[in-house]
Design a protein around this ligand. Structure first.
Ligand SMILES: [Zn+2]
Length: 462
């Protein structure tokens, strides 16, 4: 039987030759210390786009422009486009080239943040998983499809941002301003983890996130607990009770406006086969969250209110005194159906209703990131699922949204696109920590899966 173009493309995308090309380009990219939270690395953010991405994509027919951020002093963007004569459909792909702090000196022996090293089937380096490795896989996949048949059959636009790790400043404004240049029919990108290393996965949006601080300041300094205990209100006790007014002892949210939205049938159906967790990860608590929801429904289709930090007095050196103040940092992860601007007012009302007028509530993140999701039955989702199933010979896990948060509202909301994310990383990748890595096997499979989808999107010969 004659091998089809698609079959030889998938074989090429899985080959050692392709893997070596990926490793080569990723090594160059990891070596650029594009830490967006570090003002001293500002030049590296530009260098990543000007000296690395622009020339690489020029090699496969893209024209690119680096743009200033509409927010003064915030990191730059790059838009690249590849327009084919006769093509009517357009695909927008997104990536981020910035990384979090390299945390030099904290990596295991033989590994360092800005040098790609291989050991035990893993590529170590800052950005190997988040996000340089993932967009490098997608660029190799594009290149392979072009090599296999000379054209794509659709137009592609690439958007690179360099400030994702600082909360994507200016991304929403930039998408608004560049609506036309970024206009497309569908959106496809790779970031975040697969459900687990072994399962090809797509997710269709992300949970939103909002941080806020609860604080109570009663008096200056601490007062001896023997002389004053029983006379002075204790801020730690007050704050602990204020938190229990918001969330109960098994993690169920008690603020009526922040309760879980009802589970849509299509979402429940998509999650029915999903088992979250990782073999090497922590054990999932059976007695946590809504007892009527499965683990997958709790992390992908529910809200979660977390205490991130709580402090009163000096926990490292307690003294016999009633502290003067207490504060806690809280975080709400939430799904579609919660209005981000309504979160802090809802918390305020709940505290007031239960007599906690002495506790202040302040939003602490730049801005709450809204939740997004598209219908798992959307035609584009079905198209991607069919393609991945053909390539991997197993259906991918379809998550209506990621448990974590991504600036997907810019693409699904502002640009109005159906959004599909195909992650090439896994939950144990040490993203944002020392020893960040990409699994070589997953990288290889990622190139094949993405090449297959890009090939099938062209709707040309099989
Ligand atoms: Zn990140």
């Amino acid at each position: 039987m004659k091998t089809s173009t698609r079959e030889s493309l998938i074989a090429a995308a899985r080959s050692d030759a392709c893997l070596m090309r990926l490793k080569e380009s990723l090594s160059r990219r990891v070596a650029i210390a594009s830490e967006s939270q570090n003002p001293e690395r500002r030049a590296e953010l530009f260098r990543y786009l000007d000296e690395e991405i622009a020339p690489s994509v020029a090699g496969i027919g893209f024209t690119s422009t680096v743009h200033d951020n509409p927010v003064d002093g915030a990191p730059p963007f790059l838009i690249a486009s590849r327009i084919e004569t006769g093509a009517t459909r357009s695909l927008l792909m997104y990536a981020h080239g910035d990384v979090v702090s390299g945390q030099e000196g904290q990596w295991q022996d033989g590994a360092a943040p800005f040098l790609l090293t291989e050991s035990d089937g893993r590529w170590y380096g800052r950005g190997s998983a988040d996000n340089k490795g993932q967009h490098s896989i997608n660029l190799v996949a594009l290149e392979e499809v072009l090599r296999a048949r000379g054209k794509l059959g659709f137009n592609v636009k690439l958007l690179f941002e360099m400030g994702e790790e600082t909360g994507s400043p200016g991304l929403a404004e930039f998408c608004q301003i560049q609506r036309e240049a970024l206009g497309a029919d569908v959106f496809l990108a790779s970031d975040g983890p697969r459900l687990n290393a072994a399962s090809p996965t797509i997710f269709l949006g992300s949970r939103g996130v909002a941080n806020f601080e609860l604080a109570i300041a009663l008096r200056h300094g601490a007062h001896h607990s023997g002389n004053w205990g029983g006379l002075l209100k204790n801020p730690g006790t007050r704050l602990a009770h204020a938190i229990t007014a918001l969330v109960d002892g098994r993690g169920r949210i008690l603020v009526p406006e922040l309760a879980n939205p009802p589970l849509a049938a299509a979402v429940a159906k998509a999650l029915a086969a999903i088992e979250p967790g990782e073999p090497l990860g922590p054990e999932i608590s059976p007695d946590w969250g809504d007892p009527d929801r499965s683990a997958a429904e709790r992390v992908f289709a529910s809200n979660a209110l977390e205490v991130l930090a709580f402090e009163t007095g000096n926990p490292r050196k307690p003294v016999n005194a009633i502290p003067g103040s207490a504060r806690a940092t809280m975080q709400l992860r939430f799904v579609v159906g919660i209005d981000p601007s309504a979160i802090v007012p809802a918390v305020r009302r709940r505290l007031d209703a239960l007599g906690f007028n002495d506790v202040t509530v302040t939003a602490t993140r730049e801005e709450a990131m809204p939740a997004t999701r598209i219908d798992p039955d959307h035609a584009f989702v079905r198209e991607v699922v069919a393609s991945m199933t053909k390539t991997a010979r197993q259906a991918p896990a379809v998550l209506p949204n990621l448990g974590g948060s991504l600036p997907n509202h810019c693409f699904s909301g502002i640009l109005g696109l159906p959004t599909v994310w195909m992650p090439h990383s896994y939950p144990g990748c040490n993203q944002h920590a020392p020893n960040e890595h990409m699994l070589v096997d997953v990288a290889r499979e990622g190139m094949a899966l993405m090449a297959g989808v890009l090939f099938d999107l062209g709707g040309l010969e099989q």
